[in-house]
Ligand binder design. Sequence first.
Ligand code: UD1
Length: 430
Amino acid sequence: MEQYVIKGMVPLSGEVEIGGAKNAALAVLAASIMADETVKIENVPDVRDISVLLSAMEQIGAYVHRTDRHTVLINGRNIDSLRVDYEYISKIRASYYLLGALLGKYKRAEVAFPGGCDIGSRPIDLHLKGFRSLGADVEIEHGLIMAHANHLDGGHIYLDKVSVGATINIMLASSMARGRTVIENVAKEPHVVDVANFLNSCGAHIRGAGTDVIRIDGVEKLHGTEYSIIPDQIEAGTFLCAAAATGGDITIRNVIPKHLEATNAKLIEMGCELVEYDDAVRIAAKNTLLPTSVTTLVYPGFPTDMQPQVTTVLGIANGTSVVTESIFENRYRYVDELSRMGASIQVEGNTAIIKGVEKYTGARVCAPDLRAGAALVIAGLAAEGITTVDDIYYIQRGYEDFEGKLRNLGARIEVASSEKDVRKFELKVS
Ligand code: UD1
């Protein structure tokens, strides 16, 4: 099993290029199978979740060809199976976007019911409610969600809770339904807008993405296009937090600063200096960080996917901070690991009370999920001594060449496959 081994306390410096947004790419790639012409998607991050989704798409007969590390050609003309097995859905929940895409295009889809929750209960009732409002029969049998309809007809759907997944999945299905669909109380995340822009570039008629109400006039066919995925606001925010935790000074490039507003605002409250350029942000962190309070909210609020990273930075701020997680119920599982590095964090329900400590100390810790894993790497970069982070499989699901990008910023971090590798690293950095 691979681990990261990190020698901390090196302030990060230099420039880092941010990749395409994983969560946007997952939805756009799934949506691509709705076209019967070739679609070219650029700025696709080379991360594990994307590879799993592409395999699921190949398994149902889609043509998938990577022309280079970040460019994929997709053609859905020869799809010959409308069933996506548990093998894929158990690895990435986002393969449920194939449900909306297949149902929209073929009016039938069978996709394994997503299981395995790592950050709390993750129901999909709103996705199914949306499909039913379009006239589909949806049943769950033998672990499969089976949805079918003779025709999908536009409907009026109110989402009881703001959900990124439900918004996108319903948008996919309704873009090839008959007539107009109105979805209210939708998610406004940048990747919702990205998926709408992509579908529109294939000939769909979607208006209002980025506001509370999306209106979709269904079309019969979608055509080929060339499309580039937006930059990853969470990867960007993770690097900003890594710079803040190490007292660093870095510039993140290829970002949309507007998407980073909530994260940037908190870093400024912590005393960091931020300068925004057209497509870059520079952060210069102070040696002493100030405490603050953070509440995760739907966009444009503070993203839940940045909560572990920001909590980790606040763990070494000069005072007491409060973080409230309002999206997922079980997103503090990394706190026990952080405590092993000296953090003083008390979790009560969805609130974490963080008493800043002077410094973290290196320890052996284990990544419980993707973003929490990235947070533990940040702690290791700031810690005195050596930290090893186990189960980096989770981190590789969503960060491309995380260690390489950090090394370019001066970090001392390597992937170790054995105890021997760890000892070699320790000798090298001692
Ligand atoms: C997406 C992101 C994930 C991010 C999350 C919130 C992808 C692949 N994943 O996940 O990284 O953390 O948005 O920004 O894009 N809910 C229901 N019923 C449903 C659907 C959701 O009650 O049918 C609830 C969830 O339990 C949660 C909230 O709605 O409390 C938000 O979930 P949602 O936005 O759907 O998250 P995902 O799309 O799964």
